[in-house]
Design a protein around this ligand. Structure first.
Ligand code: AHG
Ligand code: MN
Ligand code: MN
Length: 333
């Protein structure tokens, strides 16, 4: 059984840059995710990480204590491993610059974008939550100061993207553009082992995931697509599954065959999910798993981001299901 480290080393052709640097990136991600795993698994026992931090974050949302804990854990872990030069987090207004240590032989040239804790509304009720991460090469020359352009890159420029799901077990799923691979944490050992090599959307179309409580606020195209999913015809009706953690909903849909939809609504005309921290990494994984991701019309990975905390409508899943939804959108708007 391969550990994550062994798998990376045995597949050096999966990454076009330095393997030592990739191992440093994973070392940061693994350490922070194990710290979160530990906190999540005692959430019911301690008030320390349950509930609100009392702060409204940059998203205008009520920040949970675990959002803040996760944000700090990742920043600290990336800082001390000396491989990243800048981080933008869903929980921080501006990007964070990380100065490389002088004695470090590695030139810190990676940019990280992160949703430290996804599915915050599920923390206090023992339902799956996650972390989403995304890595790019900086655009500006190495000796210059970072600029916002280093962070506003098209999703197709990602060199590593993934998530950790803190569910019935803790699983790290990633892609460097050579398939999608999942590793389950053995908590007694503190090690991630390869458990889901080459994850792909299955041929079966089975599930649709959308917050149907917003039905009255959806566009006509989305409403018609929902009715299509519920129609008794061919392989339909699909079953509805929605837990309100993108990571959890995506993970299930990739394994069982389903479409995830967070469209724009009358009250959120831009959509709710964040292009840089949520949609781009998930779109990268969806495509690597043989699926498709769009805003209802355009490929997510081709969109030029305009600002750090940009929101966007988001659809991803098996190619046939996403294309069908796009057809409804085109015919109705
Ligand atoms: P976050 O906890 O990082 O703010 O993300 C929550 C997102 C996403 O994970 C989830 O799919 C969606 O918000 C749920 O939104 P609704 O509660 O509006 O359905
Ligand atoms: Mn999120
Ligand atoms: Mn979040």
């Amino acid at each position: 059984m391969y550990t994550l480290g062994e798998f990376v080393i045995n597949n050096i052709d999966h990454f076009s840059y330095s393997i030592e640097e990739l191992l440093r990136l994973f070392s940061s991600i693994k350490l922070a995710s194990k710290a979160i795993h530990k906190e999540v698994n005692k959430a019911g026992l301690t008030k320390k990480i349950m509930g609100s931090s009392g702060i409204t974050n940059i998203q205008g949302e009520n920040q949970q204590k675990l959002d803040d804990f996760a944000h700090r854990a990742f920043i600290q872990s990336f800082k001390s491993r000396n491989v990243v030069c800048g981080i933008a987090s869903e929980e921080s207004k501006d990007f964070i610059v990380i100065k490389g240590k002088k004695e470090n032989p590695i030139r810190n040239q990676y940019i990280v974008l992160i949703d430290p804790l996804d599915g915050s509304s599920n923390i206090d009720v023992n339902v799956s939550i996650g972390t989403i991460f995304s890595v790019y090469m900086r655009k500006s020359p190495i000796k210059m100061n970072l600029t916002i352009e280093d962070f506003l890159q098209k999703g197709k420029k990602q060199i590593l993207a993934g998530y950790i799901i803190y569910g019935s077990s803790t699983i790290l799923v990633y892609s460097t553009g050579n398939g999608v691979h999942g590793f389950t944490l053995d908590p007694s050992f503190g090690t991630f082992y390869l458990s889901h090599p080459n994850l792909c959307f299955p041929k079966t179309e089975k599930i649709y995931s959308i917050n149907e409580g917003n039905y009255a606020k959806f566009s006509e195209g989305i409403r018609k697509f929902i009715k299509y999913c519920q129609e008794k015809k061919e392989n339909r009706p699909y079953t509805a599954r929605y837990i309100g953690s993108l990571v959890g909903d995506f993970h299930r849909n990739m394994i069982q065959g389903g479409i995830y939809i967070y469209p724009k609504t009358a009250s959120s005309p831009e959509g709710k999910l964040r292009l840089l921290y949520e949609c781009n990494p998930m779109a990268f994984l969806a495509e690597q798993a043989g699926g498709k991701a769009s805003d209802g019309k355009n490929r997510i990975l081709d969109i030029v981001p305009k600002k750090l905390h940009q929101r966007i409508p988001f659809v991803c899943g098996p190619i046939g299901m996403v294309s069908k939804l796009e057809e409804f959108m085109e015919n109705c708007e």
